[in-house]
Unconditional design. Structure first.
Length: 613
């Protein structure tokens, strides 16, 4: 069969297996995405429709890449029907369809971490809990409540604040990012919804299974698909600090007795020298499956560079890049344990005329204040019950009513158990600012009913809310440029969505903004040296990789509570390299003031040179 050409024996076995439960242990660079997408295509050729398949990925970027590959293999008509996205995106899909079963209507809003903490802080302040509890205490109790666990560390105040927080979410027809996962679980506990989804998704695929957490596993078990195919590598489990449970991949054969376990150990990405270093390093972990990468590509030795300080470290990297580059700056990636290290390197490379792209969220135009206000207006047009977002707009682009009037309106909404927007509509004749806001919402909702696209809605919001006129009257050139940049960003997103056969409307865009991950900045395809933390590099590859700051206390981090996870994180770093791997460290640093501190070499460097087995 032509579809199987180019696959090795283990990959073919994974593609054609008829086992109902399969664990594919896929080492770094072993062709797991090719294997997974080929299996989807193989099943489709054998009369399994993509509408009966569910592919869950760890990042949206990985989901896009997988879907693009599937489309190339089976064509647009079937390929575009495949749901291939993250757990969170799947939960959004479930809630749009079945959310009413758990009190969530399809036009719900998703709050990010900043929103969540702002709401909690407001609750703490309003109830006079300031001296008794902190935001983190309430976050803890919210999590325990969603897990349905009794916690002896609950305080009365933090528990009451957590209950109030969930009440406000329901009142605003909203959820937060973690709440998506628990709401989806609640949906699947409904017999009718569970039966329908079990019948619909007969084939479920889970990528990066080593980073699955307990609530995601609970979702999989509730779906209880007839065929479950999970792919992962416990050597690359690096998200325990945010709830991922590596035991899920280690114990999968016990959870699904008789499951077929297939190992992909042939590395097609890196040279023998890089693979040998990776094997040596990871052998020092004890809690893991047995496998070993194999590579036949002969390259050059891994380079270890120790210099006096961080400035010389940056100078050494700049020299190497200039020596090796042939105009394609994107061949190079610089990986660090922390963002602070990357700032130092970025500044130095910039002075040396080396273009860089720092992969993190601080320079995201969609997080600019005025842009966020426009997005809030779009949220309200979709979900008029979102009083939290509405309050923001009462001060944008300038205050529309006094604080006293706002409090009177909020009290009226509370007494009559109606959304704040309903009260404002009653008050619009008294306040010109409110009248403009209400009129904006009416016109935007009308545009949505007539069929909108995200860019059209964004521009319309800019005009109707009064921001365009305000920016121009005040000659706020930088904010006008931010708006133009945001328009370019939305247009780029719409093009990507169209290519994948997915929605380009406002609601899809707003939800994508909440769920997007840091790697999506790479889709901008800038010809520049990529700078990112090791966590952000997961799933990527580059011809030349520099791993910097390899000192004890930095990598592994002095704050770590799990040395084996830190070792896995370094394993991820070095297996991003295809041809050359440079590992650097400064002998001394100046962490504060002008005091020079001598640094000890990371224990991982010695481990790279010698295996324990």
């Amino acid at each position: 069969m032509k579809l199987l050409e180019g696959l090795n024996n283990e990959q073919k076995r994974a593609v054609v297996s008829d086992s109902p439960h399969i664990l594919l242990l896929a080492g770094a660079g072993s062709g797991k995405t090719k294997t997974l997408t080929t299996r989807i295509a193989y099943l489709n050729q054998n009369r399994v429709g993509t509408v009966n398949m569910l592919a869950l990925t760890f990042t949206r970027l990985a989901g896009q890449e997988m879907k693009e590959r599937v489309i190339k293999l089976i064509g647009e008509e079937e390929g575009k029907k495949l749901f291939c996205n993250t757990f969170h995106a799947f939960c959004v899909k479930l809630l749009k369809e079945f959310g009413k079963l758990v009190g969530v209507h399809e036009n719900f809003t998703i709050y990010d971490q900043e929103d969540q903490e702002s709401i909690i802080q407001a609750i703490i302040n309003e109830h006079g809990y300031n001296k008794k509890i902190k935001v983190k205490d309430v976050l803890h109790d919210i999590e325990m409540g969603r897990k349905r666990e009794v916690d002896s560390f609950w305080s009365r105040e933090s528990h009451q604040a957590a209950i109030e927080y969930d009440y406000r979410l329901r009142q605003n027809n909203a959820t937060d990012l973690d709440g998506l996962l628990y709401a989806a679980r609640d949906v699947l506990e409904d017999d009718r919804a569970r039966a329908e989804l079990h019948h619909r998704y007969k084939y479920v695929f889970v990528d990066e299974f080593q980073d699955t957490n307990n609530i995601q596993m609970e979702t999989i078990k509730l779906l209880n698909p007839e065929n479950l195919f999970v792919v992962g590598d416990d050597f690359q489990a690096i998200y325990g600090w945010r709830g991922a449970n590596v035991n899920l991949i280690l114990d999968f054969p016990q959870m699904y007795p008789g499951c077929e376990v297939i190992k992909l150990e042939r590395n097609y990405r890196s040279t023998k020298e890089i693979v040998e270093a990776a094997n040596n390093l990871i052998s020092h972990n004890t809690k893991q499956t047995k496998k070993k990468l194999i590579s036949e590509a002969v390259g050059v030795a891994v380079t270890f560079i120790a210099v006096q300080d961080e400035e010389q470290e940056a100078n050494s990297i700049a020299g190497n890049i200039k020596l090796e580059t042939k105009g394609n700056w994107s061949n190079f990636a610089i990986l660090a344990r922390t963002n602070r290290q990357l700032e130092t390197i970025k500044n130095y490379l910039g002075r040396n005329n080396i273009p860089t792209q720092l992969i993190y969220n601080r320079d995201d135009v969609m997080k600019k204040h005025d842009i966020k206000m426009l997005l809030a207006a779009m949220e309200i047009a979709i979900n008029p019950g979102d009083s939290y977002s509405l309050r923001k707009l009462l001060k944008f682009p300038q205050p529309r009513i006094t604080q006293v009037t706002l409090e009177e309106c909020e009290l009226k909404a509370l007494d009559n158990e109606i959304p704040l927007m309903d009260v404002l509509e009653q008050e619009k004749v008294k306040h010109l600012g409110i009248s403009q806001l209400v009129h904006c919402g009416i016109l935007l909702r009308q545009s949505i009913r007539e069929g909108d696209d995200a860019l059209q809605m964004f521009y319309l919001t800019y005009e109707l809310i009064g921001a365009k006129q305000y920016h121009e009257n005040k000659n706020l050139t930088n904010r006008i440029k931010d708006f133009e940049s945001a328009c370019d960003y939305i247009a780029w997103w719409m093009q990507r969505q169209t290519e994948l056969g997915e929605s380009t409307n406002s609601q899809a865009f707003l939800r994508w903004l909440r769920l997007k991950d840091i790697q999506e900045k790479l889709a901008e395809e800038k010809n520049a040296v990529k700078l990112m933390t090791v966590h952000a590099s997961k799933g990527l590859e580059f011809p030349v990789v520099f791993v910097i700051g390899m000192n004890q206390g930095t990598f592994p981090s002095k704050r770590t509570q799990d040395l084996e996870e830190e070792r896995r994180l370094f394993y991820v770093a070095i297996t991003r390299a295809k041809e050359r791997l440079h590992i650097t460290r400064p002998i001394e640093t100046i962490p504060w003031g002008n005091q020079v501190v001598a640094q000890e070499e990371s224990q991982f460097l010695e481990e790279l040179l010698k295996s324990v087995s």
